[in-house]
Design a protein around this ligand. Structure first.
Ligand SMILES: C[S@@+](CC[C@H](N)C(=O)[O-])C[C@H]1O[C@@H](n2cnc3c(N)ncnc32)[C@H](O)[C@@H]1O
Length: 213
């Protein structure tokens, strides 16, 4: 076990955190860089040219982050954000962490709807709003309605629309199984539904099973 750095030097904190994370992770160096750059609000490469040192408060917070990560909390829930389709999305444990493979769904939606005049689109089970917001941002004349059964998820989705300055997206708290669409009739439905069958729950990594909704 590497001892906790006694100074604020970034290099020392990188080495220490990579060693701690190696107890449970294979890509420990990358994760250490991602967490520390997020904490210091800089890029990974800037970490190596930073002259500044971690303050006492930052080092305490970083130790807490590393401990959470070693215990299986996904890095995105620790930093509170991730990237999806080139934009920043805030996340917490009320929402699924947007997955890179879901970007393909956004590609397909753009391809399918961009030629329509003012397409009206519904995103069922919007979660963080990653699909709804990306589609509304990428198709300039589209209007997207994101539905979710979780009030906490919708609070994050609203926040994400706001930080990305996307206005053509609205959110509605509803169970889609009981959803009676108001006018207008929609041109398209998008959905990345809860997709893990109950019987496969025990096969998931602890990181996903114990943390994601
Ligand atoms: C797999 S997540 C997808 C989240 C997001 N669309 C994404 O791709 O990252 C499914 C979402 O569906 C929501 N959900 C589950 N059952 C629902 C229902 N009956 N009506 C509306 N939303 C529901 C959950 O709250 C969750 O946010």
């Amino acid at each position: 076990m590497t001892s906790v750095p006694q100074d604020g030097q970034i290099n020392n904190w990188l080495n220490w955190s990579a060693a701690e994370l190696s107890l449970t992770l294979e890509d420990n160096t990358q994760e250490a860089e991602w967490l520390l750059s997020s904490l210091l609000n800089c890029t990974k490469s800037e970490l190596y040219i930073q002259k500044n040192e971690l303050t006492k408060q930052q080092s305490e917070l970083f130790q807490h982050w590393i401990s959470n990560r070693v215990n299986g909390l996904p890095a995105q829930y620790i930093t509170g954000w991730t990237e999806f389709y080139g934009r920043r999305f805030n996340v917490n444990t009320s929402v699924l962490i947007p997955r890179p493979e879901t970007e393909r769904l956004v590609d397909v939606a753009i391809h399918s709807f961009q030629e329509l005049d003012n397409p009206q689109i519904v995103d069922i089970g919007t979660g963080s709003g990653c699909i709804a917001i990306s589609v509304a941002a990428e198709i300039s004349n589209a209007t997207v309605l994101g539905l979710d059964i979780s009030e906490d998820a919708l609070a994050i989705a609203e926040e994400n629309a706001s930080i990305n300055n996307v206005d053509d997206v609205k959110f509605l708290l509803t169970d889609f199984l009981k959803f009676n669409p108001p006018e207008p009739i929609y041109d398209g439905l998008l959905m990345n539904p809860p997709y893990i069958p109950e019987k496969e729950m025990s096969t998931l990594t602890i990181e996903i099973r114990d943390n994601e909704p």
